[in-house]
Design a protein around this ligand. Structure first.
Ligand code: UGA
Length: 448
């Protein structure tokens, strides 16, 4: 099929390249010419496992092309995916200006029946808003073309996006018409049946992928409710971790025991310094905003946000307990990205913690395997260290903020000789508490 993907963020790029890989002709569009030039020259602006190779392969085969001309992409395609950003406004409501702009351009360029499939995470009712804008902008002289709006939410996890796109747990299609639902199913058929080269060469999954056909409003809510539920699970576990610390229980055993009940499950049960990233913080706030807007109290959602905001500052409390006055102390932080295997530092707990330490007068050195520049104000920012060992050299405290693989194998004998004070706060509970305590470290995890 001929498909246009508007927006080359991580959702747009991954969607485009995966649809190309299963045999469609894709035009990836972005109004940012610099980004398009970069992609044309074969470099990928984001770090995502496997993405660059797939882009190169599908660019070479001609299955994917890049353009800054949205109108051209729309005219040449049967299905148009909207994958533009919906960043939060100060009220928590998502900013829909990029969606509106794209809908307007689609209205102005439409030249036949099209499906407009929205993958951006958008407030309830946005499918209807897009329909209205397209209608208003159609050129009546050229005829009012028929089109369908579909809500097809994205469930990709950063760092595992390519794998999630090829081997999804479900595909949700919120369509107003049977025709649109059938065409979308046809587009996804190789993925639904797991019948494409990449799947055949990988052994991830062999069963058919379940497809849910529903209305667009329910589909939009499925996306928000799923992210909000996952964030709730983590905030719940973090609250239990805090109780563990008070009563002397071990959160690792508690969550393991809870997860043995298949109704609860063992995934997304890791206690720590809380959730961040470009999705959970924005989406939980947006759902809470929608709930309030429609007069339905969002008590649980608001508590989930509050617990998460508080959780990162547990590290500061723990640091004060260990070091006393923070001023002039040297603190080595391991990890800047909001989770491993991504260079994304949006709403990362690590930066909030570092900024607080700096505000309290500490000297902070940070090491991250991929993020090499401290985001934000460099005058007051942390110093980036080239290795984890340089980050903790002469430090009074080490804080583990992101559980990158390489941190599991640190040489603690070496670290012991380098540090000025043997204090460790393990914000993700990855180190062996007994071993480190036996080595003489003053170790504390989160609820462990
Ligand atoms: C999340 C969802 O998992 C995806 O399904 C969804 O498609 C995506 O948002 C989105 O809406 O685009 P992502 O933000 O990439 O994906 O990251 P997650 O892997 O879900 O992690 C989110 C945060 O939760 C991270 O800060 C992570 O450290 C934290 N987390 C996760 C925990 O603290 N404990 C856990 O047990 C799991």
């Amino acid at each position: 099929m001929k498909v246009c993907v508007i927006g080359t963020g991580y959702v747009g790029l991954v969607t485009g390249v995966c649809l190309a890989e299963i045999g469609n002709r894709i035009i990836c569009v972005d109004k940012d010419k610099e980004k398009i030039d970069m992609l044309r020259s074969g470099s990928v602006p984001i770090y995502e496992d496997g993405l660059e190779e797939l882009i190169k392969k599908n660019t070479a085969s001609g299955n994917i092309v890049f353009s800054e001309d949205t109108a051209y992409g729309v005219r040449e395609s049967d299905i148009i995916f909207i994958c533009v950003g919906t960043p939060p406004l100060s009220t928590g409501r998502p900013d829909l200006s990029a969606i509106d702009e794209v809908a307007k351009l689609i209205g102005q360029s439409i030249n036949g029946y099209k499906i407009i499939s929205n993958k951006s995470t958008v407030p309830i009712g946005t499918a209807k808003r897009i329909r209205k804008i397209i209608r208003e902008n159609q050129d009546s002289e050229n005829g009012n073309y028929e089109f369908d709006i579909v809500s097809n939410p994205e469930f990709l996890k950063e760092g595992e996006a390519v794998k999630d796109a090829f081997f999804p747990e479900r595909i949700v299609i919120g369509a107003g018409s049977k025709k649109a639902a059938e065409l979308m199913k046809e587009l996804y058929r190789p993925i639904i049946e797991q019948d494409f080269e990449y799947a055949l060469n990988n052994t991830h999954k062999k069963d058919n992928v379940p497809v849910l056909i529903t209305d667009s409003t329910s589909s939009e809510l499925i996306k928000y409710a799923s992210n909000a539920f996952l964030a709730t699970k983590i905030s719940f576990v973090n609250e239990i971790a805090n109780i563990c610390e008070r009563v002397g229980a071990n959160i690792l055993d508690v969550t393991y025991g809870m997860g043995m009940d298949s109704r609860i499950g063992s995934r997304f049960m890791k206690a720590g310094i809380g959730w961040g990233g470009s999705c959970f913080p924005k989406d939980v706030r947006a759902l809470s905003y929608t709930a309030e807007e429609y007069g339905s109290p969002a008590n649980i959602l608001n508590a989930v946000i509050q617990v998460n905001n508080h959780q990162r500052f547990k590290v500061i409390q723990k640091a004060v307990n260990m070091l006393g006055i923070i001023e002039d102390k040297i603190i080595g932080v391991l990890g800047l990205s909001f989770k491993p295997n991504t260079d994304d530092t949006r709403e990362t707990p690590s930066i909030a913690i570092i900024n607080k330490f700096i505000e309290l007068g500490a000297e902070v050195r940070v090491y991250d395997p991929i993020v090499k520049k401290y985001p934000g104000d460099m005058d007051r920012g942390a110093v980036m260290a080239p290795t984890p060992y340089e980050a903790v050299k002469k430090a009074h405290l080490m804080v583990l903020a992101t559980e990158w693989d390489e941190f599991y194998n640190l040489d603690f004998e070496k670290i012991k000789k380098l540090m000025a004070g043997l204090n460790i706060i393990d914000g993700r509970n990855i180190f062996d508490k007994e071993k480190l305590s036996a080595m003489g470290f003053n170790y504390t995890g989160i609820g462990y």
